[in-house]
Ligand binder design. Structure first.
Ligand SMILES: CC(C)(COP(=O)(O)OP(=O)(O)OC[C@H]1O[C@@H](n2cnc3c(N)ncnc32)[C@H](O)[C@@H]1OP(=O)(O)O)[C@@H](O)C(=O)NCCC(=O)NCCS
Length: 181
């Protein structure tokens, strides 16, 4: 489905086509802050669009998973999957800082396809080591369900009552299933 849309990196001289994912904070970030974040090297935003509108966008920035921001048992589980684990106090990750699909396109698997695209983006011909995707997911059942369905797990059980929940995805599972390595 997303193959029918144009994919591009948001740039200073490019038009921002109409977008409404139903969440005002995310809409505002997209219209007002995305280019400031780009200017300050804080996040890069990519869009899928058709002739008239932005269908989906995501903003990504460097991150890491460490013992400090995850639950001990979960971090142990993560470390146990990685050879040379003793050398690492943290593991490189990319954070999906913002992510939205225009409301007209919700529940048509576009979010899932964009998430698969992000997984491939940071696995195949990646420029730097990046083992995990992280996200601070809105703590709404449907949003958590979306990330769970897309293979994400919680980094801690201690944020269950917060507005957002820290979640991660191991890119090695994607690479294995897609013979990228
Ligand atoms: C969450 C979101 C990116 C999913 O994109 P999508 O294209 O609708 O996702 P898919 O069609 O691949 O998967 C559908 C699942 O996403 C979730 N979902 C669907 N609409 C949603 C909405 N408005 N808000 C939150 N989650 C939603 C549900 O789990 C849904 O499953 P269901 O149809 O069985 O209820 C999209 O709904 C969205 O932009 N929501 C508003 C912004 C947002 O919450 N972004 C995530 C911030 S962490």
């Amino acid at each position: 489905m997303i193959e029918q849309f144009t994919f591009r990196r948001l740039g200073f001289d490019s038009e921002i086509k109409p977008f409404d994912c139903g969440d005002s904070d995310l809409n505002e970030f997209f219209y007002k802050d995305a280019l400031n974040y780009l200017r300050q090297f804080l996040a890069v935003t990519y869009v899928f669009e058709n002739k008239l509108a932005t269908v989906a966008f995501f903003s990504v920035l460097n991150d890491r998973i460490s013992g400090e921001d995850s639950e001990k048992s979960i971090f142990r589980k993560i470390r146990s999957k990685i050879p040379h684990k003793k050398h690492f106090r943290s593991f490189p990750a990319v954070k999906v800082g913002r992510f939205g699909v225009d409301q007209q396109f919700h529940s048509q698997r576009i979010g899932t396809e964009v998430m698969d695209f992000i997984k491939a983006f940071f696995t195949i011909r990646n420029k730097t080591g990046c083992r995990f995707i992280t996200v601070d997911a809105y703590n709404y059942p449907r949003t958590i369900n979306f990330y769970k369905k897309n293979g994400f797990d919680f980094l801690t059980s201690h944020d269950g009552k917060e507005d957002t929940r820290s979640m991660y995805f191991d890119l090695m599972t994607f690479a294995r299933n897609n013979s990228a390595c």
